[in-house]
Design a binder for this molecule. Sequence first.
Ligand SMILES: Cc1cc2nc3c(=O)[nH]c(=O)nc-3n(C[C@H](O)[C@H](O)[C@H](O)COP(=O)(O)O)c2cc1C
Length: 269
Amino acid sequence: MVARPVRPGGPRRAGGFRQSDGGGGTGAGGKSLGVPRPVLQDRRVPHLDPHDPFAGVTVDPAVMRKQYRSEGLAETELAESPFEEFARWFIQTVESGLPEPNAMVVSTVDEAGRPSSRTVLLKSYDEHGFVFFTNYGSRKGRELAANPNISLLFPWHALARQVVVRGTAQRTGRDETAAYFRTRPHGSQLGAWASAQSTVVASREELDQRYTELAERYPQEQVPVPPEWGGFRVVPDEVEFWQGRENRLHDRLRYVREGDAWRVERLCP
Ligand SMILES: Cc1cc2nc3c(=O)[nH]c(=O)nc-3n(C[C@H](O)[C@H](O)[C@H](O)COP(=O)(O)O)c2cc1C
């Protein structure tokens, strides 16, 4: 049993979530649908002076601590597949009104094993994996070409939750890339051409100049897909669902792939 394909970039299934290009997918209203809310135990961070952020204020991150209160996560309630469980959590996250619910941290490694991380937007997921789009010539694109091992992290702190995916990334087909590219706003399509992502550019003006030239060349729609731009599908070997609980005794349930099936194991927090 697997989840139906869910497209974070598409219309919201329950209540109006729509992911505009490049972010801003804020759900409406912030109403809670049974999603546990963490309780703020300690004082909030004091207001900082933007001109002198260190003046007279001592903010010690070590004392910032939230006490999580939640119903917990039981093995018996888990879906058969991590994709289905992810779908439940993703919908609850959207319903909670958390900004950018489809933002995830993607980590890759270079040839020397040095990791690098960055945020990207999940654009679709189903039983085949989690898809994001990027420039294949970017650092992440180059690193994945040499080493497809990848980690995704959904940092849903406000809900005292995180989901961590480990697996391998494979490029989406050109048809899938083109289908998604066509849904992007015209300006974002031009931006994909204008930016040789992760390369050094001499100035902001140079970037703006490239964009202006492209806007003159393609004043209307019909911007072709840049050859170096496309999707990655992350096929998981492991997916961990982390639920904050009281006294740091959090729930961590991890799906581990075993052939066509999934085994679930509980980890100490
Ligand atoms: C909220 C947010 C969403 C982003 N979404 C994407 C995305 O979907 N694709 C992408 O290539 N970069 C996205 N970025 C930019 C990346 O974080 C990163 O700067 C860029 O991909 C270059 O990364 P790299 O040099 O490590 O390859 C996003 C950044 C933020 C803060």
